[in-house]
Ligand binder design. Structure first.
Ligand code: OXD
Ligand code: MN
Length: 594
């Protein structure tokens, strides 16, 4: 298949000529966004074995794909921010000088499309008509990438029509090459609006609209243009009187953003008329609106969620979202039913299965997992039963609160409110979490992950914090979202989670939103405002967690926090003089208060 260029935009055509000259495809195919084209690409991928078609009755329009075993997660060590100087990228990013990096990447990608098709994907991050949306072009030699991008973003002709002759678009080159882990690089060039990804075919590395553009490049665009790109879910809580309040929450990868974004209120709340609406589960683009409040859009159009542990208890809305039109990556296959399975989906693993490595696998007897811990579903947002009616609103939704959080078995209380905006920036800047499988690394080790942006900030983290401080200064105090921290992951001495989590997290959101309205008191502590235990509603879960236990996870232990303050101080050292003075002061304030 080959087709004609879908645009006369000179900047696109010139850039494309350069890519063609470099990678030398046999054919070029523009992605127009039509169903006919998607169908043809699905059929081709099934024919070549790139994807497996699942049971059309039980999983309509669903497919399974397996990556190479060496290519199952984002590779942070090989993710580079290529700013002119190393200081601009900062101490938390891997850096390479741009011209050197371009040369290295061109040498790797040269001629790599020979005999293959180049797919040209015009895509919009955000609703195509949104003033907050931005446009990218990704070229790729992978049908899997095209089909995933067609779920995760808005693709096709409408995007090019919106762009017109403008050259304000993000350039993205993806080349699968030999999927050689030693030559794998995911490179961002913020000053050039350019992304190049080579030798991977795993989602987070190759769906360039997501982490590469919507976070790394966009965070830099936001710095220049006065807005924010954040690793945050967006959800709306609807109260029984019909009022809806929106919050954005930043948790490190695989800490339950998708679960929180799609949670189902506890029964006692449902009966009263509470609802939760999902606007986004991973990324928020945030900008001041005409009324002086901050508004957020979700730039994505689908969910690239972690499959294992997703089930009818943990996240029914996510599971339902995956029931049609979904691409599964690295999960197990049930050969009898031609459906997929992953750990904790249900208690009925396939006996006659294939694991994520493509081996015969009996889930009932095997001691090995069927699905990779970072296996994924790519599901269209429209499938989600609780998708917010505001999802397509080009102006976004007004934000009442920002919530930070991570996995901390001890230390951080279930929830606390920062003392003010700058204190909230301090809380976000010092966030830490115990590591998960979403990125290559040691599972369980503690790492600082400021605002959950450690692997996603496209410039110096210290400048990013200053940007947060500047945004706060530009807002009227009564319009600025309040900033909170949550920790669903406190453990008892036997290692069991104390807080029930999932839908019951709404009880915490309720307190947060009451604090935003000024309708509930709190206890002042050295780290911020903590709820009085009686102000967290335990109706219906008194058997699971007593008032005393709740009180224990709201406590602030000065000895532990002193250690934490030392840890923050050490962490800050690497930023030298670039650390915003406001944050140094915040740290001093904390130490003094302790
Ligand atoms: C993701 C991640 O895939 O954060 O969303 O790793
Ligand atoms: Mn994420």
């Amino acid at each position: 298949m080959e087709n004609k260029a879908l645009t006369t935009n000179k900047s696109i055509l010139a850039w494309l000529d350069q890519q063609i000259e470099l990678v030398k495809p046999a054919k070029i195919m523009w992605i127009d966004g039509s169903q006919a084209q998607i169908d043809a690409l699905r059929a081709e991928a099934v024919e070549t074995g790139e994807m497996i078609k699942l049971n059309p009755e039980l999983a309509p329009d669903c497919f399974l794909h397996r990556t190479k075993a060496n290519d199952v997660a984002r590779v942070e060590a090989r993710t580079l921010i290529c700013t002119p100087t190393k200081e601009e990228a900062g101490p938390t990013n891997n850096w390479m000088e741009p011209s050197e990096c371009y040369k290295m990447l061109y040498d790797i990608a040269r001629d790599s499309y020979k005999g293959r098709t180049m797919y040209v994907i015009p895509y919009s991050m955000g609703p195509v008509t949104s003033p907050l949306a931005k446009i990218g072009i990704e070229v790729t030699d992978s049908i899997y990438v095209v089909l995933n991008m067609s779920i995760m973003t808005r693709v096709g002709q409408a995007v090019l029509d919106r762009l017109g002759d403008s050259d304000d678009w993000v350039r993205g080159l993806h080349a699968k090459c030999d999927v050689d882990a030693e030559k794998r690089y995911i490179c961002q060039f913020p000053q050039d609006n350019t992304i190049i990804s080579v030798n991977s075919a795993y989602g987070g590395n190759v769906l360039l609209g997501k982490k590469c553009f919507a976070l790394r490049i966009a965070s830099y665009q936001g710095l220049k243009e006065g807005w924010q790109a954040e690793h945050m879910l967006i959800l709306g809580v609807e109260f029984p009187n019909g009022d809806i309040k929106y919050v954005c929450a930043a948790f490190p990868s695989a800490c339950g953003k998708t679960n929180l974004a799609m949670m189902i209120p506890p029964e006692a709340y449902r009966e009263k008329g509470y609802k939760v609406w999902t606007v986004g589960d991973d990324i928020a683009w945030i900008r001041k609106g005409p009324d002086g409040r901050l508004y957020a859009i979700n730039p994505e159009n689908g969910f690239f969620g972690v499959a294992p542990d997703t089930n009818m208890h943990s996240n029914p809305n996510a599971l339902i979202s995956t029931q049609k039109g979904t691409i599964f990556t690295n999960v197990a296959l049930n050969k009898d039913t031609m459906t997929v399975w992953w750990e904790k989906l249900d208690k009925n693993p396939p006996e006659n299965g294939i694991d994520w490595l493509g081996r015969e696998w009996n889930g009932k007897t095997s001691s090995e997992v069927g699905a990779h811990p970072n296996s994924r579903f790519t599901a269209p947002a429209v499938n989600c039963p609780c998708l917010s009616p505001e999802f397509e609103n080009p102006n976004g939704v007004p934000i009442s609160a920002f919530i930070f959080g991570g996995r901390r078995a001890k230390l951080a209380p279930l929830v606390y409110q920062s003392k003010d905006w700058n204190n909230g920036v301090f809380v976000g800047s010092s966030m830490a979490s115990e590591q998960t499988a979403a990125a290559v690394g040691t599972i369980g080790a503690l790492r600082r992950d400021p605002m959950a942006m450690l692997p996603f900030c496209g410039y110096n983290m210290a400048d990013y914090w200053q940007h947060w401080i500047d945004i706060g200064a530009s807002l009227d105090a009564d319009k600025a979202p309040k900033i909170f921290n949550v920790n669903w992951f406190r453990k008892d001495d036997e290692g069991n989670f104390i807080w029930p989590g999932f839908g019951d997290n709404l009880r915490v959101l309720e307190w947060i939103l009451k604090r935003c309205e000024g309708t509930v008191d709190a206890k002042e502590t050295p780290i911020g405002y903590v709820p009085n235990p009686e102000d967290i509603n335990l109706e219906g879960i008194e058997d699971e967690i007593s008032k005393e236990t709740l009180a224990s996870i709201l406590e602030v232990d000065p000895a532990l926090w002193k250690e934490e303050a030392d840890g923050i101080e050490k962490y800050y050292e690497q930023f030298g003089d670039r650390l915003p003075p406001v944050l140094r002061q915040q740290l001093e304030n904390l130490k003094a208060a302790l």
